[in-house]
Design a protein around this ligand. Structure first.
Ligand code: FE2
Length: 333
């Protein structure tokens, strides 16, 4: 068999997997596991035989008085708080955050060391974690190495001592900055230094309480990350919360984005078929020619019904996704 034939065979196999891929992944169908890093529930994983595997997505829960594993990774991970409060060490900084907040890990040359601590009394904390799946392209290690430096466990006094467990931030050498920008090589050099600088100094924590809601043609939404938000370290993502009071508008775009239900219950009409969902379910539209026409409904109009949406712009550019608005939101004027 030629390598070209292998490619066609892989395509056909992926088409068969796509036919069986559910639109809604029920929270109750995804088991919790206890591992070195803590209690985790994997919705999307590099080793899963899924039709759309562009992201790694899991929920993690940290009980009161406990800490997650201490991990080093390349960065580029997004954590969205679902309930409770956490203190998270990210290299040299400690971030206090919780439900409705978004904490991100920058992408740094020597990676990021991070650990979640729950110092609340009697209340667990749960969050959703998402990153792009590059395990088969850049490797699980990526550039920095992927290491579990300490396993999860009970918080000790040592963990809470000032500066304890906090890595000294890596300072990038800038002595080799280009003297002039007369060549494309040096202009590339300059651009790369600007990108690295953004990851080193950009904003990592976006608090839900600081954000404002907008009513647009599709619905009532609140943006956390967007490529046009210049202060954030991660610029290639869009993350927004959506409040579905009655129903959304109807539009068409390519699938593959993450829609995670954070409150209430409802249903989605996707290419003419109804799919029901509730809190903690994942909605995952297929990637297919022409994209997906869809509209979302709150089954208990007037009661809370919300979700969080995450997507990585370069993936959408790769599939030439477009937006076509088929029907306006009833509150848009
Ligand atoms: Fe949509």
């Amino acid at each position: 068999m030629s390598h070209f034939d292998e490619l066609l065979k892989l395509r056909d196999k992926q088409r068969q997997v796509a036919k069986k891929q559910p639109i809604v992944i029920k929270d109750t169908d995804v088991p919790w596991e206890e591992n070195q890093h803590g209690r985790m529930k994997w919705f999307m994983h590099p080793c899963f035989d899924s039709a759309w595997n562009a992201y790694v997505l899991y929920a993690q829960q940290v009980d009161a008085g406990r800490k997650s594993g201490l991990q080093r990774c390349q960065g580029g991970v997004l954590f969205y708080g679902l309930d409770g409060k956490l203190k998270t060490k990210v290299n040299g900084e400690l971030y206090e955050w919780g439900a409705g907040d978004l904490l991100t890990l920058p992408i740094l040359r020597d990676g990021v060391e991070y650990q979640h601590l729950n110092t609340e009394k009697g209340a667990h904390a749960t969050f959703l974690a998402c990153e792009i799946n590059t395990a088969h392209s850049l490797g699980v290690d990526k550039g920095s190495g992927f290491e579990e430096l300490q396993t999860c466990g009970q918080i000790t006094e040592k963990d809470l001592a000032p500066g304890s467990g906090l890595r000294v931030p890596v300072v990038t050498k800038r002595t080799d900055a280009p003297a002039t920008l007369s060549s494309q090589y040096d202009r590339d050099f300059q651009r790369w230094m600007e990108i690295r600088g953004r990851y080193e100094t950009g904003n990592l924590l976006v608090r839900g309480s600081d954000m404002s809601w907008e009513q647009n043609r599709m619905g009532k939404v609140c943006y956390y990350l967007n490529p046009q938000f210049e202060k954030n370290a991660l610029r290639d993502w869009t993350v927004f919360a959506q409040d579905i009071r009655l129903h959304t508008g109807k539009h068409v775009h390519q699938g593959g984005l993450i829609i995670y239900v954070t409150e209430g219950e409802g249903y989605t009409v996707c290419d003419g078929t109804r799919y029901d969902w509730e809190k903690n379910d994942l909605i995952l539209f297929p990637v297919k020619p022409g994209g997906v026409e869809h509209q979302h409904f709150n089954t208990k109009a007037g009661e809370g019904c919300r979700w969080i949406v995450l997507f990585y712009w370069p993936w959408w550019e790769e599939v030439a996704s477009e937006f076509v608005q088929m029907q306006l939101h009833p509150d848009f004027h």
